[in-house]
Design a protein around this ligand. Structure first.
Ligand code: GLC
Length: 522
């Protein structure tokens, strides 16, 4: 089986992982220093968010030079050293490619502004005349407000995100050629894969028709929009697959694609396209057995049709951390730990977002003046944005910045002292220890498909092969069921699992892994 069919991939949000040079912002030197944590945790690969030259209007997702490292994060030699270090430690490296838009400070956009309407330089972006004083159509930016900004000569340009992130025109062959070259640039430096930012966005519907409704960003991933998930994007991935396949080893393409259904998402994973796509439908499931069962079944069915592995993700740098999504506080953490065991028992590949192995919650009380996410400004200061899941990692010590660096660009809560890596490492009950144990045991799970066991409404139970069962009680009351075998690992204290010899009582909001032959299907 290929490595990416079952890999656990750890997401490093580089600004918030570890600060190697003491300026309060995480950087590549910091990642190099802390690779030992990833080896100790037991992941297979790391995906590093953009570290390229950028004015940082969107934390680096606004790239001004795709082949250079921003001085905030290091330099090219540091990136090469990081790739080499990771490989030496047995970790694969995935970098982030941002092809839907550039920075407004990218030389192409600077040229497009000065070259004027009708120029070849404007053809690299999506410039249009407006309708009277209004933008060319009703498209809205994902960060709020219209998706169009007017330039002094009267034309408008499209930006599905911030005005500092103009959308590229993927109907222009020059754009294809440039990104083929960028891909090669990083593949030549040995990266094992690329994560493709906004992979569903590059091709817009012919004629740029109105979306016909407002509140478009709330529809992301659930409805059809004329600027997302258009069939034309698949041509790009067929081109890119050929490039990936032309390199030795198995280099992968991984789509950040928001598609309206698991079936539409699976199209990105056809054998001549990409290898993996984030499963955002899984992220959207609320803490209930029924919702998780539905999304797991739909996800597995959809990828089976194209012969691709499923992926599972609970958190990333764009969404509220799952401890908080599942209720926050003790309950949220308890559920998050159960969700981790559930997720790591499923067949496929799993993404772990930095800090989830520590059980970090969303930071919901960041002061207004530190908020850096463009969503905050663009929404007219109504949406606080994504900074709450981007607070720097607490590594050690009793007070902020908890070993992150000399300071931290977002303040960490004082009570994270008990959540540091150093505090959790020796504690067998900690969330870090749970992840370490689960990642170790996961390597020995049967590579068999999932087979559901029938249970009561609040419980999910499934077997993998004949020697492994996972049970999850989503309910707030204990549930008794036939004992599936011998306990291997539990998300909450083992003493909470009661029952007689033949039965087990699953505590509320808990998951367990069981070994020994499961009952054969009758
Ligand atoms: C993706 C990134 C997000 C960024 C956006 C625009 O969704 O994950 O952080 O803001 O693309 O590049």
């Amino acid at each position: 089986m290929s490595w990416w069919h079952s890999a656990v991939i750890y997401q490093v949000y580089v600004r918030s992982f570890a600060d190697g040079n003491g300026d309060g912002v995480g950087d590549l030197a910091g990642v190099r220093d802390r690779l030992g944590h990833l080896v100790d945790l037991g992941v297979d690969a790391l995906w590093i968010t953009p570290f390229y030259t950028s004015p940082m209007a969107d934390g680096g997702y606004d790239v001004a030079d795709y082949r250079a490292v921003d001085p905030l994060f290091g330099d090219l030699a540091e990136a090469e050293a990081l790739i080499a270090d990771a490989h030496r430690l047995g970790l694969r490296v995935i970098v982030d490619i941002v092809p839907n838009h550039t920075s407004a400070q990218h030389p192409w956009f600077v040229e497009a502004l000065s070259a004027g309407p009708g120029s070849r330089a404007r053809e690299r972006y999506i410039f249009r005349d407006g309708v009277g004083d209004r933008p060319p159509n009703d498209w809205e930016s994902v960060f709020g407000g219209p998706a169009w900004t007017r330039v002094p000569d009267g034309q408008w340009y499209l930006h599905l995100f911030d005005p500092a992130q103009p959308d590229l025109n993927w109907r222009n062959p020059e754009v294809h050629a440039e990104f083929a070259d960028v891909l090669r640039f990083w593949l030549d430096r040995g990266v094992d894969g690329v994560r493709i930012d906004v992979a569903h966005g590059m091709v817009k519907a012919d004629g740029l028709p109105d979306a016909g409704r407002t509140g478009q960003s709330a529809l992301l991933g659930s409805a059809e929009l004329p600027y997302f998930d258009q069939d034309g994007v698949h041509e790009i991935y067929r081109e890119w697959r050929k490039i990936l396949d032309s390199y030795p080893g198995e280099r992968i393409g991984l789509a950040e694609a928001w598609a309206p259904s698991a079936g539409r998402l699976a199209l990105y994973l056809r054998p001549d396209e990409l290898h993996q796509a984030f499963n955002f439908h899984y992220v959207k499931a609320e803490w209930s057995a029924a919702q998780f069962r539905t999304v797991i079944e739909e996800s597995l069915d959809a990828v089976a049709r194209v012969g691709a592995p499923c992926t599972w993700v609970l958190s990333n740098h764009d969404i509220v951390r799952h401890v908080t999504r599942y209720g926050g506080g003790e309950t949220g953490l308890r559920r998050a730990r159960a969700a981790a065991l559930l997720t790591l028992a499923l067949p496929g590949s799993v993404y772990v977002y930095q800090g989830e192995e520590l059980g970090l919650p969303e930071v919901t009380d960041l002061p207004d003046e530190v908020l850096a996410d463009p969503q905050w400004r663009r929404s007219g200061y109504t949406e606080r944005g994504r900074d709450g899941c981007r607070v720097p990692i607490p590594w050690s010590g009793g007070e902020p910045p908890f070993g992150f660096g000399a300071s931290s660009w977002l303040p960490q809560p004082a009570d994270w002292a008990r959540l540091t890596v150093a505090a959790q490492r020796p504690d067998p009950e900690s969330t870090l220890s749970l992840y370490r144990a689960a990642l170790r045991l996961r390597r020995e799970l049967p590579a068999a498909p999932l087979r559901w066991a029938e249970t009561g409404p609040d419980v999910l139970a499934f077997h993998r092969g004949t020697g492994f069962t996972c049970t999850v009680n989503f309910g707030s009351a204990p549930v008794t069921m036939p004992r599936p075998g011998r306990l291997l690992l539990t998300s909450t204290a083992r003493s909470e699992f009661g029952g007689t010899g033949r039965t087990v009582t699953l505590p509320p909001d808990s998951a367990a892994w069981w070994t020994e032959p499961a009952p054969s299907p009758s």
